[in-house]
Design a protein around this ligand. Structure first.
Ligand code: SF4
Length: 347
């Protein structure tokens, strides 16, 4: 059973020659095309190694809005690249493998949301950033798992619609008691693989370990955790907690990266390992293909000027930044590249 990552500390092993050459080609192409490579922490480690920045969705969306590069290559899932395009419409945004979508984001369409709103016409809509541009356009404000509680608290009134993630929505409801959160029935198939039985098994086998969970897990799972937080908050908590054994209820790529960065700790995960297959589609070869041929560009043509959907989706994200910028502007990973591996630190 594959639950102990200390023996799997592949991140620090020397790269195969071919992988190294592909990485060098990517760095060269990025320079040639005045491009930046933004990578989510769930991605393959060989992609993380050659990226300009490795971070979670909040940090990546902020970086996408601030970069001077003409081209953004996004190694994440489709909604993340779409968010980058919304924030930087004048830039070319490439998603190396267009099959890389998010099943949770696909659980709600703009039409579904319009119908959902009909039952609750006076409640403002908060959408998780894991949603399409069309859903964002039908929402009042966006949030990430890092700032969801603050965003919901900032909204006047006592009722709020939250889409699409019922795990995160339930977590927000637990933290914000003076509002009724009307939660859509979407979920993350990867985090929902984690079962309470597995958590109990690990707790019994490792009684000294601390348990940390992502709120995208089923509420019955995150209720068993000692700490619940977003990807960046999980990373920070693991770095700062005194425990040497850490049980992480989240995606495999994050845990693998933490094990690589914190070899003095022992990270444990549930079985089967919660791996998001959609995040692993991108390969070094597909990054090279996208850059060489300038293909797999993200466009949002259906949200034309006529109906203003592009601008409405953009505004939904910008409102989030306006509310949380002061609190979270420094709470992200800075991925200065060093010795071929992006170094993450939380400011
Ligand atoms: S881990 Fe879950 S929420 Fe994240 S991209 Fe995969 S399916 Fe979507």
């Amino acid at each position: 059973m594959l639950t102990d990552l200390q023996d799997l500390n592949l991140a620090k092993q020397p790269l195969e020659r071919n992988t190294e050459q592909l990485g060098e080609r990517i760095r060269l192409l990025l320079k040639e095309k005045n491009a930046i490579l933004l990578t989510h922490i769930y991605q393959r480690l060989e992609i993380q190694r050659v990226s300009d920045y490795v971070a979670d969705s909040l940090a990546l969306s902020r970086l996408a809005s601030k970069t001077d590069a003409e081209v953004i290559v996004f190694c994440g899932v489709h909604f993340m690249a779409e968010t980058a395009k919304l924030l930087s419409p004048q830039k070319t945004v490439l998603l190396p493998d267009l099959a890389s979508g998010c099943p949770m984001a696909d659980m709600i369409t703009a039409k579904d949301l319009v119908n959902f709103k009909k039952d609750n016409p006076d409640a403002p809509v908060v959408c998780y950033i894991n949603s399409s541009a069309a859903v964002k356009a039908e929402s009042d404000i966006c949030c990430t798992s890092t700032n969801a509680v603050d965003i919901v608290r900032s909204i006047p009134g006592d009722r709020v619609i939250f889409v699409p993630d019922k795990g995160l929505g339930s977590w927000v409801q637990r933290e914000v008691l003076d509002k009724q959160i009307i939660i859509y029935d979407g979920f993350c198939p990867t985090h929902y693989q984690i079962t309470t039985n597995e958590v109990h098994r690990l707790r019994k086998a490792h009684p000294e370990a601390v348990i940390i969970a992502h709120p995208e897990c089923d509420p019955s799972v995150w209720e068993l955790a000692d700490f619940v937080g977003s990807t960046s908050q999980i990373y920070k908590f693991a770095e700062e907690c005194p425990q040497e054994e850490v049980i992480v209820l989240s995606e495999h790529g994050l845990i693998r990266r933490m094990q690589a960065d914190m070899p003095q700790k022992k990270f444990l995960m549930t079985f089967p390992n919660p791996l998001c297959p959609n995040m692993k589609y991108h390969r070094l070869e597909s990054v090279i293909n996208a850059l060489e041929n300038m293909v797999h560009e993200i466009n949002i043509p259906e949200y034309g000027v006529a109906n203003g959907l592009f601008e409405r989706a953009q505004r939904t994200i910008q409102k989030m930044f306006e509310i949380t910028e002061a609190k979270y502007s420094r709470n992200y990973w800075l991925g200065a590249r060093q010795e071929g591996f992006s170094v993450m630190s939380i400011a």
